[in-house]
Design a protein around this ligand. Sequence first.
Ligand SMILES: [Fe+2]
Ligand SMILES: [Fe+2]
Length: 270
Amino acid sequence: MRILFIGDIIGRPGREIVSAELPSLRRDLKLDFVVVNGENAAGGFGITRNIANEFFAIGVDVITTGNHWADQKEILSFIDDEDRILRPRNYPRGTPGKGAGLFESRSGMRVLVVNVMGRTFMDPLDDPFAAVEAELSACPLGEGADAVVVDMHAEATSEKMAMGHFCDGRASLVVGTHSHVPTADAQILPGGTGYQTDAGACCDYDSVIGMEKFEPMQRFTRKISSSRFSPATGPATLCGVFVETGAKGFASRIEPVRLGGRLKQSRPGA
Ligand SMILES: [Fe+2]
Ligand SMILES: [Fe+2]
């Protein structure tokens, strides 16, 4: 299978670069399945029904999220009925929505997608490792699922890397989100799991992690907040990870994707 994971889509610039590039990526890479992290899609904070529908219309199969999943309160009215949008699995019992799902690809393959959130330098939640363990053992790669994708939404690179090894040999791809900066460590772990510590974001990189840079600089230098954060509005870079799976659903190829905007470009060959 050929799977594309796209990192945090930030506001309109992020949405526009994804709309512009995803159709040709789907065609050129013959993608079977597309996952995007949409937690920042609506003005940097959360996601709306209309934006989610726009993503599905251009070929997104599943939308993962993170700590910003419920910033747009309207999501609470539809997340229980929309299986294709996930929020982190390790929120307390009773939280609306779900953190994992088994989906069918265009080619008829079964893809388990799990979304969890780290706890280091983040709000305390249930154990993400236990949450992933429960999903992986309920639907093992090669038995219940033809491919397994884990979005580890976390601040600390160490926690993300530990999750990669925790899933090694049991997932097709473990990818980090939330840091909004792509890491240069795309690799296939010893047990066959594709891994990248952070997918990066889809945003204008003349910014502070996607936000217009003046206000974050103010807050760091003077400890005064003078306005709200808003997405930087220059040309965005689409950042993500392309993975191809082979025998038993393990990764046979992994490549970073960076298209448009200021970052050094990386377009996987067909
Ligand atoms: Fe984010
Ligand atoms: Fe986040």
